[in-house]
Design a protein around this ligand. Structure first.
Ligand SMILES: Cc1cc2nc3c(=O)[nH]c(=O)nc-3n(C[C@H](O)[C@H](O)[C@H](O)COP(=O)(O)O)c2cc1C
Length: 191
């Protein structure tokens, strides 16, 4: 069991190209459950998940498109505007399942905000590993649109809340390798 987990940790790769076959609800629930078991200081559990599938992806696509038009839409011809809209809308359709993960930091004075974000990052990693264990490919995406006020509005987030990632999940349609700086170079041993 433990060796399987280590194997999963090391073989998980960021998979940006997936097939469009829908992800069954029971698999989605397993992925969410894994996310929900992440640690958090004071057990605040500051995560919120938005499960976006099927036509639900249009709402996300419209937000991508609105942001693109606000940021790059000025002076475009009608045809260029339409092309930009479609390209941006299509971003939401890169996978059959998108799980948007937000951090809603607790506001008690003993809670350290950075730790709330750390907990949600742990939750996302749990989900990436669960997806991998179930044979899915996944990518944790952020980028400028994910920090845009339009995205905040889409997910109804408050001033202190933050969209931590859009996790795109589906059956893998690519293979990918990755590299790491050897861990020796990242480690000091004190003994
Ligand atoms: C906070 C965060 C945001 C990321 N955002 C993106 C992204 O927007 N686009 C992307 O292609 N990869 C994104 N990634 C994935 C990284 O590029 C990837 O983890 C890294 O290249 C290592 O590859 P591996 O996950 O396959 O080992 C993100 C990863 C993290 C942790």
């Amino acid at each position: 069991m433990m060796n399987d987990l280590l194997e999963l940790i090391m073989t998980r790769r960021t998979i940006g190209k997936v097939k469009d076959d829908p992800v069954p609800r029971e698999d989605i629930e397993k992925i969410l459950e894994a996310g929900n078991w992440a640690p958090s200081h004071f057990n605040t559990q500051p995560w919120k998940y938005f499960v976006i599938t099927g036509n639900g992806r249009k709402r996300l696509g419209e937000a991508y498109a609105k942001i693109a038009l606000l940021e790059k839409g000025e002076g475009l011809t009608d045809a260029e505007t339409k092309a930009l809209y479609e390209k941006s809308m299509n971003k939401a359709f890169r996978a059959p399942l998108v799980i948007a993960v937000a951090c809603l930091p607790h506001e008690e004075e003993y809670v350290v905000e950075a730790e709330e974000f750390a907990a949600v990052a742990a939750s996302i990693q749990n989900m990436l590993l669960a997806a991998h264990a179930l044979g899915y490919g996944a990518i944790w995406r952020t980028g400028a649109p994910s920090y845009h006020p339009v995205m905040k509005e889409l997910f109804g987030l408050g001033a202190k809340d933050r969209l931590m990632g859009l996790v795109y999940i589906g059956r893998p349609d690519m293979v990918r390798e990755s590299r790491r700086i050897p861990v020796e170079q990242k480690t000091e041993w004190w003994s």
